[in-house]
Design a protein around this ligand. Structure first.
Ligand SMILES: C[S@@+](CC[C@H](N)C(=O)[O-])C[C@H]1O[C@@H](n2cnc3c(N)ncnc32)[C@H](O)[C@@H]1O
Length: 262
């Protein structure tokens, strides 16, 4: 299909429509993915996932839900995050590999992108919404991705499903922002769901004696106090905002390490 949605009498593929109760858990057709890309980014191929444009991933058997159009880390952002993680990983002392953990796995494309940039890395994802878990599990199987995805709340799974011993831990933290992102103040990292410091405390309990690289997805505008407190809790940290425009502003990462240079 070509031409705008308005010309064809279709709804605008915006946040309200895609997250509406009737639409959110529906599988979207390829033309809808392209319409969303056109409406939101002026580019029908904007929803690049798993290293492929929409037509290619659709042909490979990948299917996504309407809400995933909004929630997924798309390839341009995932690749930037992956490259930064790889840069820090390469500075670590000789290690026997990496285990990347995503507690908010969704489509798993954020996790998949990081894995594509790291040598000898495997992934563990947690996802508590059954509809997303099932869809992503099927997609990962058709891609042959080195990711184990578990259904449930990360707080109950983190301890039971650990990174194998000897591997360095990379913790990708991209929890739902909800009302932690406000137009006036930007993103408050102490109000994500759950707050970033609480998630880090959960990791520190499970991986108390392991080197951990925390990778926190952030917005270009950040409430200063929670950011400063988080930076102070790391042995080393680096904040990067990527030059990639999105409907809600530019995103980036706060990288922070604990025990990484051992
Ligand atoms: C913003 S999306 C993450 C998108 C993901 N980074 C991607 O690339 O597709 C957040 C996901 O976390 C899931 N989630 C939220 N809280 C969770 C929790 N406590 N445990 C496990 N999954 C959770 C939601 O169902 C949602 O799919």
């Amino acid at each position: 299909m070509s031409g705008s949605n308005a010309e064809k009498g279709l709804p605008r593929y915006d946040r309200d429509y895609l997250l509406s109760p009737a639409k959110r858990n529906q599988i979207v057709d390829l033309w809808e993915v392209e319409n969303f890309g056109r409406d939101s980014f002026g580019d029908p191929d904007a929803v690049a996932l798993y290293g492929m444009g929409p037509a290619e991933w659709h042909a490979a058997g990948v299917r996504i839900l309407a809400r995933t159009l909004l929630e997924a880390v798309r390839d341009p952002l995932g690749n930037r995050i992956g490259a930064d993680v790889a840069r820090i990983a390469a500075m670590a002392p000789a290690a026997s590999g990496f285990g990347v953990v995503d507690c908010f796995a969704g489509s798993c494309n954020g996790l998949y992108s990081i894995l594509r940039h790291l040598p000898d890395a495997t992934g563990i994802g947690f996802e508590f919404e059954p509809a997303i878990f099932e869809m992503s599990s099927r997609n990962l199987a058709s891609l042959g991705a080195p990711i184990e995805l578990f259904n449930g709340d990360f707080r109950t799974l983190l301890d039971a499903r650990r990174v194998p011993p000897g591997r360095r831990v990379v913790a990708f933290l991209a929890p739902p922002w909800g009302d932690a992102l406000s137009r006036e103040k930007g993103l408050d990292l102490s109000r994500t769901k759950p707050p970033i410091a609480e998630i880090i405390a959960d990791f520190e309990r499970v991986y108390a004696d392991r080197p951990v690289l925390y990778v926190v997805e952030v917005h270009e505008r950040l409430v200063p106090e929670p950011l400063t407190a988080l930076q102070a809790s790391f042995d080393w940290s680096e904040l990067t905002i990527y030059d990639l425009a999105g409907p809600t502003g530019r995103h980036g990462v706060l990288l922070g390490t604990r025990r990484w240079n051992r």
